[in-house]
Design a binder for this molecule. Structure first.
Ligand SMILES: Nc1ncnc2c1ncn2[C@@H]1O[C@H](COP(=O)(O)OP(=O)(O)OP(=O)(O)O)[C@@H](O)[C@H]1O
Length: 298
């Protein structure tokens, strides 16, 4: 495959152990160019190690990582990748402007400094020393370092962890702009609403493996958590056999059906004329995430 057509990110059966811990366990993941992908998982699921493998910061024990069909080191050298670590990365005693000028100088075709300052919303901090920044400000400077080289792939490890609500919103406005230019974006997060709202695709990790992979709607469906409720008239055991239904509960004269295919369940209810006070409540990503990770732990 040529580098022109290769996936932006490709991990093939990648494994990384730390002593007895398999932080990444035979993980295969391909991200086509232009996708925005969220990496989710509970603490210790292997998100940071996965990111370190695909950036070439750690060598896999077995398997392979490639970016745009190249070894990660080569892709980084060619300026195709911008990454934002969770912490660190800032040289003390220099100003924001000096730091970004230095980092931009390592790329062949960097963005103009003013554009970077605007993107990261740090124009007013340009002359501030980087060791005098608040946590949220430092986070924005790390983001500026990730994007200043105008890379095709942007990898962000918990990019909004230190940001307040307003700064998170501004951050995602900027990311949407980059995504609309065709950049590939991979980010890890603990905020499920961010994955739901901003990712084309959500990859859920558990114990170093992919336990779910799809759009957030697909993941919610796969966790079979849409609840279809109707008021029960008479005998209702038959409702548990309707298409899509995985679980039934009767509470206070209402039947609550947990369905993996709520459209099919509702159609069948309609055909049976059992639609009194029908209510359909889709799962949110948080419900799906809890269900998936509980299943994985079991
Ligand atoms: N350098 C290391 N030495 C020993 N164990 C490590 C090392 N790095 C990671 N691990 C272990 O590997 C597993 C995966 O860790 P990793 O940091 O990749 O998870 P994560 O999903 O990013 O977690 P978090 O959400 O807490 O950041 C954990 O059990 C962790 O303790």
């Amino acid at each position: 495959m040529t580098t022109k057509t290769a996936d932006a990110v490709s991990l093939t059966s990648a494994t990384k152990r730390f002593g007895p811990v398999r932080a990444v366990d035979g993980l295969t993941l391909a991200i086509p160019r232009g996708q925005t992908v969220a990496l989710l998982g509970p603490n210790g699921a292997g998100k940071s190690t996965t990111i370190a493998l695909l950036l070439g910061l750690l060598p896999p024990d077995s398997g392979r990582a490639a970016l745009f069909g190249l070894d990660p080191e080569e892709a980084v050298r060619q300026g195709l990748v911008g990454a934002m670590p969770q912490e660190g990365g800032l040289i003390p005693r220099v100003t924001v402007r000096e730091l970004l000028t230095f980092v931009s100088g390592t790329y062949a075709a960097p963005l103009p400094l003013d554009r970077v300052l605007t993107l990261a919303r740090i124009g007013d901090l340009r002359d501030r020393r980087v060791d005098r920044l608040s946590g949220g400000q430092a986070q924005r400077v790390r983001f500026a370092m990730a994007v200043c080289g105008d890379p095709d792939l942007i990898v962000l490890d918990e990019p909004t962890a230190a940001l307040d609500v307003e700064a998170r919103r501004e951050f995602w406005d900027g990311m949407r702009g980059l995504a609309s230019q065709g950049k590939t974006i991979l980010f890890s997060t603990h905020y499920l609403d961010e994955a739901d709202e901003h990712a084309d695709r959500v990859v859920v990790l558990g114990h170093g493996r992919v336990i779910a992979d799809g759009t957030s709607a697909e993941i919610k469906r796969a966790a079979a958590l849409t609840t279809v409720s109707v008021t029960a008239d008479g005998e209702s055991a038959w409702l548990s056999t309707l298409p899509g239904v995985r679980h039934m509960e009767i509470r206070g004269g209402r039947v609550h059906l947990r369905s993996g295919d709520s459209d099919a369940t509702v159609m069948a209810l309609a055909r049976a004329g059992a639609v009194r006070e029908l209510e359909v409540v889709p799962a949110d990503l948080e419900d799906a995430f809890v269900a998936l990770t509980a299943k994985e732990n079991a």
